[in-house]
Write a protein that binds this ligand. Structure first.
Ligand SMILES: Cc1cc2nc3c(=O)[nH]c(=O)nc-3n(C[C@H](O)[C@H](O)[C@H](O)COP(=O)(O)OP(=O)(O)OC[C@H]3O[C@@H](n4cnc5c(N)ncnc54)[C@H](O)[C@@H]3O)c2cc1C
Length: 613
């Protein structure tokens, strides 16, 4: 069954919801109404005899149910004779429990039959995923390392203005979740920081207790599980002020770009945001920040004036070109390897409007798609720095859940953002219009609406994200890319590959040097494969195949801001920096974080002495 569900995660979510409802109904016949209780029983059955407290902790961690309610359910199962108290803190599965487990397993067969029988063909793939979700949850419980003893956070809790949350506490789950659902965090403690002092206290607590520090704002870049870590949630660091005369903004680490865009727009000013309004400011800036207007203004990191960073020694440092320039350089590109940024001061641009929008072309006929893509590439090469653009190729499934206009379609979508006058923008876009788009939204729009050009998803998504930096693309590259969306080619629907045009100011040495660089690439490639439970391997394999096919044009480099969970190995992280920058980062890591307290990230291990040169 090769049908891939549609892209819109909302649609996928909706279908899964329906299927989960069917699953729940079927499970009701087994006396267990929620998948997580199936997990509990599976865990108990699989474990034979287990430590009661440990079982409760593991099930709580895996299902996100509070420990108290898991304990209650364990008591119920014991009272029902399905579990047997061993009397020494252990718990065993009774014969009745084993029988229940056998019944559940038997019940899963008819459920599969039921789902397959009840559903239209295009939902079968989703049905399979729902079942594997249940089984994966069970596996996760059995495989999860036993959480260590709960840390004693009483002293920390008493010393901060914010909150500490332990597993099972209300708010713990919400604080550790976020946009990307692919990665789950199971930290030892969450510190919801209310101010910079809280961050200092959390980092010191981590150092004293020998735990790593993880930091998260929105979860758009969730990559490395923060298991056992002191997890600093920055979302309540809400400082935001705009100085219209100086054209600067001071921004707390909990802000998202849409909030800064709105505040700046009140003064006719603009921050250098990327395609998604809900991305967090600090994750983006510490990754360099590839803005929608990048060819005009360069990386967003070029426009950072100063940063307040809490380093591994528990000190709050204000860094800028004049104060600790090495650290200032490293944090812009080195992400959270050097500390937790609590606030940033950035430059704003006097940009009230841009000329921009989307031009969408039919892509079913490979010859036409190749003509459009080839013409776009030739066009992009000729563009002045005021014009930033991207092209996305996608092939939708013929699924009834999709809006009519997308069903079974292949599309080539060009998006443009021009920072000069509207007239000039319209003139530059003329050759793209001459290619006959079936949709054209280009026009003058307020900068405050610039992210609407891309319409990135706002809700949580489960996706396998990959990126690469590509050289100039020739006719063979065009043929490879177009074959991804050719309806007659094997491989089925394709969720889309985006190529963002680089060059212009992105290739100039920044006024305030940082660790980020395009490494001379012509395009940034971004692949977003939906990867709901049960389909992660397929998504990874498809992404591998696409990248393999594009290898002749792959520079082998990446941008630090587009490293995701498949890129957490040190050799992948290395690709995001030039050789010289990586060596300098590794040496600075040895200065600022020799004990690797900041290792729950795309880690740059410290290197000292000769090895660093
Ligand atoms: C839909 C979407 C669209 C995107 N578009 C663009 C784009 O146009 N241009 C672009 O450049 N990038 C883009 N990105 C990538 C994005 O910039 C990174 O994923 C970024 O890390 C997200 O930051 P966050 O704070 O929102 O995420 P989080 O998951 O909260 O943080 C991600 C990582 O950033 C670091 N970090 C976060 N906060 C801090 C802090 N206070 N101090 C130190 N380190 C911190 C940590 O390493 C953390 O693990 C996009 C990502 C998504 C999912």
């Amino acid at each position: 069954m090769t049908t891939t569900p549609p892209f819109g995660t909302a649609l996928i979510g909706q279908t899964e919801k329906t299927l989960n409802a069917i699953l729940d109904r079927q499970l009701a016949g087994t006396g267990i109404t929620e998948p997580q209780w199936v997990t509990l029983t599976l865990a108990a059955a699989g474990g034979g005899s287990v430590d009661r407290a440990e079982l409760i902790r593991r099930v709580s961690a895996a299902t996100k149910a509070g420990e108290a309610s898991v304990a209650e359910r364990v008591a119920e199962l014991t009272a029902a004779g399905l579990l047997r108290d061993g009397g020494d803190g252990s718990i065993q599965v009774s014969e009745a429990g084993q029988a229940r487990w056998t019944r559940i397993r038997t019940a899963l067969g008819p459920i599969t039959q039921g789902l397959w029988g009840d559903l239209p063909a295009e939902d079968l793939a989703v049905a399979g995923r729902v079942l594997s979700t249940v089984l994966e949850r069970a596996d996760a419980v059995l495989a999860a390392p036993a959480p260590g003893p709960r840390p004693d956070v009483a002293g920390l809790a008493a010393s901060i203005r914010g909150r500490t949350l332990l597993p099972g506490d209300e708010g713990f789950e919400e604080a550790t979740s976020g946009f990307l659902m692919t990665v789950e965090h199971h930290p030892a403690v969450v510190v919801v920081a209310a101010d910079a002092d809280d961050v200092v206290a959390a980092v010191r607590f981590a150092a004293q207790t020998g735990r790593p520090v993880a930091v998260q704002s929105t979860g758009h870049g969730k990559s490395v599980p923060a298991d056992g870590a002191v997890f600093i949630a920055t979302r309540e660091l809400r400082e935001l002020s705009v100085d219209p005369r100086a054209r600067t903004a001071r921004i707390g680490a909990g802000l998202r770009w849409d909030e800064v865009i709105v505040a700046a727009a009140e003064h006719g000013l603009a921050p250098l945001c990327g395609s998604a309004a809900h991305v967090g400011v600090m994750g983006y800036l510490t990754g360099g920040g590839l803005p929608l207007t990048g060819r005009t203004y360069g990386f967003a990191a070029d426009h950072v004036r100063s940063l307040d960073v809490v380093t591994a020694d528990g000190l709050l440092r204000s860094v800028s070109p004049g104060r600790e320039p090495d650290l200032f350089w490293a944090v812009r590109g080195g992400k959270s390897n050097f500390g937790v940024v609590v606030a940033a001061e950035i430059e704003l641009l006097p940009l009230r409007t841009v000329y921009g929008g989307e031009l969408s072309y039919p892509g079913e006929d490979p010859r036409h798609a190749a003509h459009v893509l080839g013409s776009y590439l030739a066009w992009a090469k000729e563009q002045p720095e005021e014009m930033s653009s991207s092209v996305t190729l996608l092939r939708f499934p013929d699924a009834p859940q999709l809006p009519e206009e997308y069903r079974g379609r292949s599309l080539v979508q060009v998006r443009v953002v021009h920072t000069g006058s509207g007239e000039q923008g319209a003139r530059l876009v003329e050759p793209l219009r001459a290619l006959g788009p079936e949709k054209d939204t280009c026009g003058v729009l307020p900068y405050a609406e610039v992210t609407e050009i891309y319409q990135d998803p706002k809700g949580p998504v489960t996706a396998h994200l990959r990126s690469a930096l590509l050289r100039e693309l020739d006719d063979e590259a065009v043929a490879e890319l177009v074959s991804l969306i050719d309806p007659s080619a094997p491989g089925g629907p394709f969720p889309g590959v985006e190529l963002r045009h680089l060059g212009g100011a992105l290739d100039r040495a920044p006024g305030r040097p940082h660790a980020v660089s395009t490494q001379g690439a012509a395009f940034h490639l971004w692949l977003r494969m939906p990867a709901p439970a049960g389909r992660a391997d397929t998504a990874r394999r498809t992404a591998d195949q696409v990248l393999e096919r594009l290898r002749p044009w792959d520079t082998g480099a990446m941008l630090p801001g587009f490293l995701f969970d498949p890129d957490s190995a040190p050799e992948r992280v290395r690709l995001a920096y030039t050789e010289a920058n990586y060596r300098r980062l590794a040496a600075l890591k040895a200065t600022y974080d020799p004990d690797q307290i900041f290792r729950v990230n795309h880690n740059i291990p410290p290197v000292t002495g000769d090895a660093a040169s």
